[in-house]
Design a binder for this molecule. Structure first.
Ligand code: TRP
Length: 431
């Protein structure tokens, strides 16, 4: 139990639920399968798992330890241990969080919108789901409404605070998500051609691996574990001094990779059973899966499809709250704002910053064809993702490692870890 006045999680399990909730999100269920699908399936999965455990897990331990030691947001934490110039690294992390949430909330809004469309049922009249996805994401009004609702839900939970809001929501939403996922996997495996999907996903073809695949697996691992911008420094500042950081981080990492793995295991059999392409791209779950739901008897399709998008919303919600909590904790700690003021101002600001991303999927031409590099035209949202997630998160993780090793020093890290893991003291002192 964390007794400092900033509030904290009620128990180790509460922290694990919240941190796993942060980790498990659109990154696992929406993004991981389509990135894996575009990069050769099984071979990508293998590299991803290596990145998660060899690079992600140690960085996660480092972030949590820095947070618990300083009891601060990323800016305050770097400042306390490293002084003014390191504090800028923390501040940049907070800015990354703001920018990530700005587009993440838009995609979460799509998931919520699809959930509503499926429950209403009209969507099953459609024949071309690829065109539907294009029209849907270009429709300003629907996007506006659902992303406002999503931001309000996020803001409400974050306003409720650490224990009642973040921990309470995660403890209910995470087990529900597991349950829906397992039901969908079992269903998918019973379909014709499911085996081809499983093979694509589990039998590696190493000729498909190149440096770009490795880098995208690394970026994906950082994003999926919520690393590199201080979200886990913030959550780490809410845990008890006697919690074992290594075992908690291991649990979170295993949960996160398990959900990504299971999401793939759910999606590929469904996609192959429809004879669709696994390399559809960002529309994979929005396009390919709809064909699957449509092919079922109407009520079953509504139920399975509705469950799927509900699952996506739950997963996204426990992630958006972790993203919003970071700038909110900064404003509360450093600017002495009240929680309600910090939450309201930040939620509105981030929503507004997300508007150009929302408009970049067809609504406004200039934003939809914003620029051109790496051989393809990029939307505004692509650019925000490339700067603040693909480039910045691994960089943030790298800077954190340098910071811990050379500024804070390994013996301090090891002392912090050993509060909850007595036999650890003395390890990791080499630098
Ligand atoms: N990990 C989440 C996902 O996989 C996204 C996320 C939440 C995140 N908080 C973060 C990503 C902090 C980077 C940093 O969907």
């Amino acid at each position: 139990m964390n007794n400092n006045s900033r509030g904290g999680f009620s128990s180790k399990l509460g922290f694990i639920a919240a941190a796993a909730g942060s980790a498990v999100g659109l990154g696992n269920i929406w993004q991981f399968p389509y990135v894996a699908g575009q990069n050769g399936g099984a071979a990508f999965l293998l590299i991803y798992i290596l990145c998660i455990f060899l690079i992600g897990l140690p960085i996660m331990v480092g972030e949590i330890a820095v947070g618990r030691n300083t009891l601060a947001n990323p800016y305050g934490a770097y400042k306390k241990l490293g002084g003014k110039s390191w504090a800028l690294v923390g501040l940049f992390g907070i800015i990354c969080g703001v920018m990530i949430l700005s587009f993440y909330n838009v995609v979460s809004g799509w998931a919520l919108g699809y959930f509503i469309q499926i429950v209403k049922g009209d969507i099953f009249q459609e024949t071309d789901f690829s065109a539907y996805f294009k029209n849907y994401t270009a429709d300003f009004l629907d996007n506006l409404i659902y992303s406002i609702i999503f931001m309000l839900l996020t803001a409400f939970i974050v306003y409720k605070g650490i224990q009642k809001g973040i921990e309470g929501a995660s403890k209910v939403l995470m087990p529900t998500l597991f349950f829906i996922l397992i039901v969908l996997i079992i269903y998918g495996l019973t379909l014709p051609n499911a085996k081809e999907g499983v093979e694509f996903y589990l039998l590696p073809d190493f000729s498909l691996i190149n440096p770009a695949t490795i880098y995208s697996a690394l970026g994906q691992a950082f994003f999926s574990l919520s690393l590199g911008m201080g979200a886990l420094i913030t959550y780490g500042s809410y845990i008890g001094k006697n919690d074992n950081i290594i075992s908690s981080a291991t649990m979170v990492t295993i949960t996160d990779s398990l959900v990504a793995f299971l999401a793939g295991l759910m999606i590929f059999p469904l996609v192959f059973s429809q004879g669709q392409s696994p390399s559809e791209g960002p529309g994979l779950v929005f396009v390919a899966l709809l064909g699957v739901f449509k092919s079922m008897p109407v009520l079953v399709g509504k139920f399975v499809g509705g469950s799927f998008f509900l699952l996506l919303c739950f997963a996204a919600l426990t992630s958006t709250i972790s993203l919003l909590e970071v700038p909110v904790a900064y404003l509360i700690d450093e600017k002495k704002w009240s929680r309600i003021k910090a939450v309201s101002v930040m939620a509105i600001l981030i929503f507004l910053i997300g508007l150009p991303s929302m408009l970049s999927y067809g609504a406004v031409d200039f934003l939809s064809n914003f620029t051109f590099y790496e051989g393809s035209s990029k939307t505004f949202m692509d650019v925000v993702q490339d700067i603040f997630f693909v480039i910045s998160l691994p960089l943030g993780g790298f800077l954190l490692s340098i910071f811990i090793a050379y500024k804070w020093k390994m013996n301090n890290l090891s002392a912090e870890i050993s509060y909850g893991f007595k036999s650890y003291q003395g390890k990791g002192k080499r630098i």
